[in-house]
Design a binder for this molecule. Structure first.
Ligand code: SF4
Length: 187
Protein backbone atom coordinates (compact mmCIF):
# COMPACT_ATOMS: atom_id res chain seq x y z
CA UNK A 1 0.00 0.00 0.00
CA UNK A 2 1.29 3.51 -0.81
CA UNK A 3 0.47 6.78 0.90
CA UNK A 4 1.24 10.02 -0.84
CA UNK A 5 2.74 12.85 1.15
CA UNK A 6 1.29 16.10 -0.20
CA UNK A 7 3.29 18.65 1.77
CA UNK A 8 6.94 17.89 2.37
CA UNK A 9 7.32 20.93 4.63
CA UNK A 10 5.42 19.05 7.34
CA UNK A 11 7.77 16.06 7.43
CA UNK A 12 9.17 15.22 10.86
CA UNK A 13 6.94 17.64 12.76
CA UNK A 14 8.45 18.01 16.21
CA UNK A 15 6.58 18.55 19.46
CA UNK A 16 6.91 22.36 19.42
CA UNK A 17 5.59 22.51 15.85
CA UNK A 18 2.71 20.23 16.82
CA UNK A 19 1.83 22.52 19.73
CA UNK A 20 2.06 25.60 17.50
CA UNK A 21 -0.32 24.06 14.97
CA UNK A 22 -2.72 23.10 17.74
CA UNK A 23 -2.68 26.70 19.07
CA UNK A 24 -3.39 27.98 15.56
CA UNK A 25 -6.60 25.93 15.65
CA UNK A 26 -7.88 28.20 18.43
CA UNK A 27 -7.47 25.91 21.41
CA UNK A 28 -7.84 27.43 24.86
CA UNK A 29 -5.18 25.08 26.19
CA UNK A 30 -2.93 22.41 24.78
CA UNK A 31 -0.25 20.13 26.12
CA UNK A 32 1.62 16.99 25.13
CA UNK A 33 1.06 14.36 27.81
CA UNK A 34 2.21 10.83 28.49
CA UNK A 35 -0.49 8.30 27.45
CA UNK A 36 0.08 6.67 30.84
CA UNK A 37 -1.63 9.74 32.31
CA UNK A 38 -4.84 9.01 30.38
CA UNK A 39 -7.36 7.58 32.85
CA UNK A 40 -9.53 4.74 31.53
CA UNK A 41 -12.24 3.28 33.75
CA UNK A 42 -15.15 0.89 33.33
CA UNK A 43 -17.77 3.22 34.86
CA UNK A 44 -17.39 5.77 32.05
CA UNK A 45 -19.19 3.47 29.62
CA UNK A 46 -22.07 3.11 32.07
CA UNK A 47 -22.55 6.88 31.93
CA UNK A 48 -22.97 6.54 28.14
CA UNK A 49 -25.33 3.59 28.46
CA UNK A 50 -27.47 5.02 31.24
CA UNK A 51 -27.85 8.73 30.77
CA UNK A 52 -26.77 9.72 27.25
CA UNK A 53 -29.51 9.78 24.64
CA UNK A 54 -26.90 9.17 21.92
CA UNK A 55 -26.14 5.66 23.24
CA UNK A 56 -26.44 3.16 20.38
CA UNK A 57 -27.32 5.87 17.85
CA UNK A 58 -23.87 6.65 16.40
CA UNK A 59 -21.24 4.35 14.93
CA UNK A 60 -18.68 6.24 17.03
CA UNK A 61 -20.56 5.71 20.31
CA UNK A 62 -20.97 2.64 22.56
CA UNK A 63 -21.73 -0.17 21.98
CA UNK A 64 -19.82 0.28 18.67
CA UNK A 65 -16.82 2.22 20.04
CA UNK A 66 -13.77 0.46 21.59
CA UNK A 67 -14.41 -0.99 25.03
CA UNK A 68 -12.32 0.37 27.97
CA UNK A 69 -10.04 -2.69 28.00
CA UNK A 70 -9.28 -2.17 24.30
CA UNK A 71 -8.53 1.52 24.90
CA UNK A 72 -6.27 0.73 27.85
CA UNK A 73 -4.42 -1.82 25.78
CA UNK A 74 -4.15 0.50 22.77
CA UNK A 75 -2.64 3.33 24.83
CA UNK A 76 0.39 1.12 25.57
CA UNK A 77 1.43 1.45 21.94
CA UNK A 78 1.76 5.25 22.03
CA UNK A 79 4.50 7.37 23.56
CA UNK A 80 2.76 10.76 23.64
CA UNK A 81 -0.64 12.34 23.27
CA UNK A 82 -1.65 15.85 22.26
CA UNK A 83 -4.39 17.14 24.55
CA UNK A 84 -6.45 20.04 23.20
CA UNK A 85 -9.11 22.03 25.04
CA UNK A 86 -11.47 24.41 23.26
CA UNK A 87 -13.67 26.91 25.11
CA UNK A 88 -17.14 26.95 23.63
CA UNK A 89 -19.83 29.53 24.10
CA UNK A 90 -23.28 27.97 24.18
CA UNK A 91 -25.19 29.84 21.48
CA UNK A 92 -26.91 29.14 18.17
CA UNK A 93 -23.52 28.37 16.55
CA UNK A 94 -22.40 25.80 19.09
CA UNK A 95 -23.44 22.69 17.13
CA UNK A 96 -21.76 23.97 13.99
CA UNK A 97 -18.62 24.87 15.95
CA UNK A 98 -18.49 21.34 17.41
CA UNK A 99 -18.72 19.91 13.91
CA UNK A 100 -15.93 22.20 12.69
CA UNK A 101 -13.70 21.20 15.62
CA UNK A 102 -14.29 17.51 14.88
CA UNK A 103 -13.32 18.12 11.25
CA UNK A 104 -10.24 20.18 12.19
CA UNK A 105 -9.03 17.46 14.54
CA UNK A 106 -9.51 14.67 12.00
CA UNK A 107 -7.63 16.75 9.43
CA UNK A 108 -4.85 17.43 11.93
CA UNK A 109 -4.60 13.68 12.60
CA UNK A 110 -4.13 13.16 8.86
CA UNK A 111 -1.52 15.92 8.67
CA UNK A 112 0.40 14.30 11.52
CA UNK A 113 0.11 10.93 9.79
CA UNK A 114 1.52 12.36 6.57
CA UNK A 115 4.32 14.10 8.48
CA UNK A 116 5.61 10.73 9.65
CA UNK A 117 3.55 10.16 12.81
CA UNK A 118 1.94 7.20 11.08
CA UNK A 119 0.20 5.92 14.21
CA UNK A 120 -1.63 9.21 14.87
CA UNK A 121 -5.18 8.58 16.04
CA UNK A 122 -7.67 11.21 17.21
CA UNK A 123 -10.28 10.96 19.93
CA UNK A 124 -12.83 13.73 20.24
CA UNK A 125 -15.74 14.56 22.53
CA UNK A 126 -19.48 13.97 22.36
CA UNK A 127 -21.57 12.17 19.75
CA UNK A 128 -20.59 12.44 16.07
CA UNK A 129 -22.79 14.97 14.26
CA UNK A 130 -21.71 14.74 10.63
CA UNK A 131 -24.95 12.99 9.61
CA UNK A 132 -28.41 13.49 11.08
CA UNK A 133 -29.38 10.82 11.76
CA UNK A 134 -26.42 8.44 11.80
CA UNK A 135 -27.45 5.25 9.96
CA UNK A 136 -26.01 2.54 12.21
CA UNK A 137 -27.09 -0.19 9.77
CA UNK A 138 -24.62 1.03 7.11
CA UNK A 139 -20.88 1.69 7.06
CA UNK A 140 -19.88 5.18 8.20
CA UNK A 141 -20.34 7.81 5.46
CA UNK A 142 -17.39 9.95 6.58
CA UNK A 143 -14.81 7.46 7.78
CA UNK A 144 -11.99 9.96 7.19
CA UNK A 145 -13.61 12.40 9.65
CA UNK A 146 -15.59 10.35 12.17
CA UNK A 147 -13.65 9.55 15.33
CA UNK A 148 -14.92 8.19 18.64
CA UNK A 149 -15.14 10.44 21.63
CA UNK A 150 -12.77 9.92 24.55
CA UNK A 151 -15.65 9.06 26.88
CA UNK A 152 -17.10 6.58 24.36
CA UNK A 153 -13.81 4.67 24.67
CA UNK A 154 -13.93 4.65 28.49
CA UNK A 155 -11.65 7.63 29.16
CA UNK A 156 -12.39 9.62 32.33
CA UNK A 157 -12.06 13.01 30.63
CA UNK A 158 -12.40 15.03 33.84
CA UNK A 159 -9.58 13.27 35.63
CA UNK A 160 -7.34 13.14 32.56
CA UNK A 161 -7.73 16.86 31.87
CA UNK A 162 -7.31 17.85 35.52
CA UNK A 163 -4.19 15.67 35.86
CA UNK A 164 -2.77 17.60 32.92
CA UNK A 165 -3.25 20.84 34.90
CA UNK A 166 -6.39 22.24 33.25
CA UNK A 167 -9.72 23.12 34.84
CA UNK A 168 -12.76 21.15 33.80
CA UNK A 169 -16.04 21.45 35.64
CA UNK A 170 -19.44 19.88 35.12
CA UNK A 171 -21.69 22.24 33.14
CA UNK A 172 -24.49 22.89 35.61
CA UNK A 173 -27.06 24.17 33.14
CA UNK A 174 -27.74 23.75 29.44
CA UNK A 175 -26.56 27.29 28.74
CA UNK A 176 -23.32 27.09 30.77
CA UNK A 177 -20.16 27.66 28.71
CA UNK A 178 -18.42 24.34 28.16
CA UNK A 179 -15.01 23.02 27.22
CA UNK A 180 -14.53 20.67 24.27
CA UNK A 181 -11.59 18.27 24.75
CA UNK A 182 -9.75 16.17 22.21
CA UNK A 183 -6.71 13.93 22.20
CA UNK A 184 -4.44 12.84 19.37
CA UNK A 185 -2.37 9.79 20.20
CA UNK A 186 1.14 9.88 18.77
CA UNK A 187 4.12 7.59 18.54
S1 SF4 B 1 -19.92 10.39 10.06
FE1 SF4 B 1 -22.13 10.01 9.89
S2 SF4 B 1 -22.24 7.76 9.60
FE2 SF4 B 1 -20.20 8.17 10.44
S3 SF4 B 1 -20.41 7.98 12.67
FE3 SF4 B 1 -20.69 10.14 12.16
S4 SF4 B 1 -22.91 10.43 11.98
FE4 SF4 B 1 -22.50 8.18 11.83
Amino acid sequence: MYFFIEDFSTLDMNQEEILQKARAMGVGGTKIINPKEVVVEEWVRLKCQYGCDAYGTRLTCPPYSPRPETTRNMLRFYSSALLMIFDLAVDENEKQRRKEIRKQIAEFERELFLSGHYKAFALVMGPCNFCVPCDITQPCKFQHLARPSMEACGIDVFRTVRKAGFDLEVAQTLDSPCRYCALILLD
